[in-house]
Design a binder for this molecule. Structure first.
Ligand code: BES
Ligand code: MN
Ligand code: ZN
Length: 490
């Protein structure tokens, strides 16, 4: 049965003639039954879709050759799932249809009549490709999409939505590009250079501390982790100060350009995915660019530690004691827990600026995957902070993150390093334990959110919705939602 939830999508290959305005004017809710597209099919579209096996389930894509009935040679119908679909479902449908259109250069989308922002964002994210390393030229990519204006609202708002969601999608793509760049080309030095280029192109201030500067500054965590690699570590700081900036937001992201585990080396199987261990760093870099592109009335500063975690004759060892930036000492028991070490240095540095908020994000623990799986980030932070606190950040966009507790009592006993007979504690609650470690470096009264994106930052399976293979760009959209919220509500 074909229900109201199947929306026709106008596809137009480069070779096709021009479509007319009236082509767009079909009614969306009853798209298969009413409006010019339906009329072009003489009202037979629902039955046709039924014959093609369409059910209307979420992200289902059905391709219909128009046979000259429309200017476009191909019509794509995409399922929205249940009739009470929301923004996220429109975004997913847009992504799925954009992927289905990968052989077309031009298209028109009617999903925007439901939700312009979601349609634009989903379409751009779904049509993302990363072809830099392909030796053979691939298929044409979708270069031009026209969106139907929503029936409701004013043109000015539509323009603003178009601009905001295009910028968000661009910054997600920047993040994906960085994550998808292989670790022989993206290492601390080259990552820092790329961050400088991106900052300069967007009017964002940038500062890079190289290994010498890190040593001078006493960044023992970043240096300790990075010392085993011939590619020397960096600390990059990007700052944007918007007009009438009311609040200062500090961002910190884990930038391990490759995580072998170091001396506590990881098993070979799946180690290649550790090219994505800088997903948090890429996301916070892109988030500052986004703040600049959208001129948020905020000051946003990203503090981004970059290092490669390698085993070598120079590498740090289990048993080493590191003196972190700010003077705290840490005993290392497992060199594969490197993320929290570089983050701690960066957090202390970030807090020297007295921010109003601190958001850190990292592909921090395998335990995040155990607890929440591949698609849901864990969000943690201070339980009681003055002001809005961190719970507002748990579900800003599409229920993509889930609030986890940070209970001192249940996890903490495993933390003190030298406990006779139980030096390594247990492995349960690893995501929370990592957050508790970071908490040691965060001022108690600072509103702080920690997002563990170990699973969601990287898609090792096939594409789905607007998520392509490889780097996903998580959590750029979450941070974008939080920044917009802080800009609007303080
Ligand atoms: N980068 C990893 C976490 C990770 C695992 C990210 C899988 C993405 C997918 C992190 O540095 C790590 O190795 N964590 C260890 C910590 C442990 C040694 C305390 C882990 O989770 O096993
Ligand atoms: Mn590790
Ligand atoms: Zn790591």
């Amino acid at each position: 049965m074909v229900g109201d939830t199947l929306l026709p999508h106008l596809g137009q290959s480069a070779a096709a003639g021009l479509y007319t305005d009236s082509t767009f004017a079909f009614s969306i809710r009853g798209g298969a039954r009413r409006g010019p597209v339906a009329a072009a099919f003489d009202g037979g579209l629902p039955e046709l879709l039924g014959v093609l096996g369409a059910t209307g389930k979420a992200e289902e894509v059905v391709k219909v050759p128009t046979g000259g009935k429309l200017a476009a040679p191909l019509l794509i119908a995409v399922g929205l799932g249940k009739p009470d679909y929301g923004t996220e479902q429109v975004r997913r449908a847009a992504g799925a249809s954009a992927r289905a259109l990968s052989k077309s250069k031009k298209a028109a989308s009617a999903l925007s009549a439901l939700d312009l922002g979601a349609a634009v964002e989903g379409t751009l994210l779904g049509s993302y490709t990363f072809t830099k390393y392909k030796s053979e030229a691939g298929e044409a990519t979708l270069a031009r999409v026209e969106f139907v204006s929503p029936a409701e609202g004013v043109a000015k708002d539509h323009k603003a939505a178009l601009k905001a969601h295009t910028a968000i999608a661009e910054c997600v793509a920047i993040t994906r590009d960085l994550v998808n760049t292989p670790p022989n080309d993206l290492y601390p030095g080259s990552f820092a250079e790329r961050a400088v280029e991106l900052a300069q192109a967007n009017g964002v201030e940038v500062e890079v501390l190289d290994e010498k500067a890190l040593r001078k500054g006493g960044y023992g965590g970043i240096l300790g982790v990075g010392v085993g690699s011939s590619r020397q570590p960096r600390l990059v700081r990007l700052s944007y100060k918007g007009p009438k900036a009311r609040k200062k937001v500090a961002l910190v992201g884990k930038g391990i350009t490759f995580d072998t585990g170091g001396i506590s080396i990881k098993p070979a199987a799946g180690m290649d995915e550790m090219t994505s261990d800088m997903g948090g760093a890429a996301a916070v870099v892109a988030s500052v660019l986004l703040a600049a592109k959208l001129k948020y009335p905020l000051e946003v500063v990203a503090t981004v530690p970059m290092a490669e975690n390698m085993p070598s004759g120079d590498a740090y060892r289990p048993g080493d004691v590191l003196t972190m930036y700010g003077g705290k000492t840490v005993e290392v028991l497992n060199t594969d827990a490197e993320g929290r070490l570089i983050l701690a240095d960066a957090i202390v540095r970030a807090c020297e600026d007295n921010p109003d908020y601190l958001i850190d994000t990292a592909t921090l623990t395998g335990a995040q995957l155990v607890a929440l799986g591949k698609r849901t980030a864990g969000i943690m932070g201070h339980r009681r902070v003055p002001g809005p606190g961190w719970r507002r950040w748990a579900t800003p966009s599409g229920r993509s993150s889930w609030a986890m507790p940070c209970p001192r009592s249940s996890v903490r006993p495993r933390l003190p390093a030298r406990r006779p007979g139980q030096r390594h504690g247990h492995r349960f609650g690893g995501m929370l334990a990592a957050a508790l470690f970071l908490r040691e470096f965060v001022p108690a009264e600072l509103p702080w959110a920690h997002l563990d994106v170990a699973g969601p930052a990287y898609n090792s399976g096939g594409p789905f919705g607007y998520v392509t293979k490889g780097g996903t760009g998580v959590p750029v959209r979450t941070i974008a939602a939080v920044l917009a919220d802080i800009a609007a509500n303080g």
